[in-house]
Design a protein around this ligand. Structure first.
Ligand SMILES: Cc1cc2nc3c(=O)[nH]c(=O)nc-3n(C[C@H](O)[C@H](O)[C@H](O)COP(=O)(O)O)c2cc1C
Length: 286
């Protein structure tokens, strides 16, 4: 059974919660801007993502408040200045980020309120957040309003002009997710911390054509022990083993021989989890 949600038949507030809890976890753009009087502004925006690498484009959305349809300081500032800095949010500053989301008056700098440090940017006037390990200095290309009523977003399309990266989050030329330790926003007050056991690697070649589910034997597809993820690991392999390969595999793993069908599937799950999908497929086909 699935519950049906029809936009227009529930309040915007409730609809918002269904959307933000489902489109999750979302990256957080911690956006710094300047107003026409040079007052610094800092606010988190999780309606945010990267959409292009060439040109490098990131987009976030500043919404009209549902309560009174008013718009936010960040939107005003990007309109008047045409610039912003998108700073990432690691665990080490997550509570300061949350503090910056409070509706302080426009005349107040969230840098002062959060204790975060403004540092000069190189290509825009808005400051970077020193404590954030990655800062994207951006020129605003376009602002697209998505509606007139409370809850309506404004897509702020930004072209990245410079990325400043702290050496401490790099492994050679690559950003290390464990060192970055980024936070993601979920529904309500939930966040996720993207490091340690929460991070997994899935290798999938996109150029080598794999077997796919429909290339696997029926008895594997109809298993009620193997999960969809287990079967997908087998379906990611390039070929089914031939008889010679199965014989070789059994020679190498004589412990597979006495296993019955259920035991084979359980053992296959262990092998898949150890990254030995080829052996798992041989076992299941023996
Ligand atoms: C993690 C987080 C993500 C948020 N994402 C958004 C968002 O995507 N769009 C939005 O309009 N408000 C979002 N908010 C609320 C704004 O941060 C909040 O309204 C803030 O006061 C706006 O500041 P400003 O007026 O200085 O721009 C978010 C708040 C938090 C804590």
């Amino acid at each position: 059974m699935k519950r049906k949600i029809i936009p227009g038949q529930i309040s915007t507030k409730d609809l918002h919660q269904y959307i933000i809890a489902s489109v999750a976890p979302r990256p957080i753009a911690f956006v710094s801007t300047l107003d026409e009087n040079g007052i610094e502004n800092l606010a988190p925006y999780s309606f945010f993502n990267a959409f292009s690498s060439n040109p490098p484009i990131v987009v976030f959305s500043s919404n009209r408040r549902v309560t009174d349809n008013s718009t936010k300081d960040t939107l005003h500032n990007v309109r008047v200045s045409g610039e912003c800095v998108v700073n990432v949010v690691p665990y080490s500053i997550v509570r300061q980020m949350s503090l910056a989301s409070v509706e302080f008056p426009s005349s107040v700098s969230e840098f002062a309120k959060t204790g975060l440090t403004p540092e000069p940017s190189e290509t825009v006037s808005a400051p970077r957040v020193m404590e954030s390990p990655v800062n994207m200095e951006c020129k605003v290309k376009e602002i697209i309003p998505l509606g007139e009523k409370g809850g309506a977003g404004h897509l702020i399309i930004c072209e990245v002009k410079l990325i400043a990266i702290s050496e401490s989050v790099l492994n050679g030329d690559r950003l290390d997710p464990h060192k970055l330790d980024l936070m993601g926003r979920m529904g309500r007050n939930y966040y996720v911390r993207a490091s340690g056991e929460a991070v997994m690697e899935i290798y999938q070649s996109v150029t080598e054509i794999p077997l796919g589910f429909d290339g696997l034997p029926k008895h594997i597809l109809e298993s009620n022990i193997l999960t969809g993820n287990d079967i997908a690991s087998l379906a990611s392999l390039k070929n089914l083993p031939d008889e010679q390969e199965i014989t070789e595999c059994l020679k190498y793993h004589p412990e597979f021989i006495p296993l019955d069908a259920v035991q084979k599937q359980r053992k296959a799950i262990d092998l898949i989890q150890e990254g030995k999908s080829t052996e798992a497929l041989c076992l299941l086909m023996s």
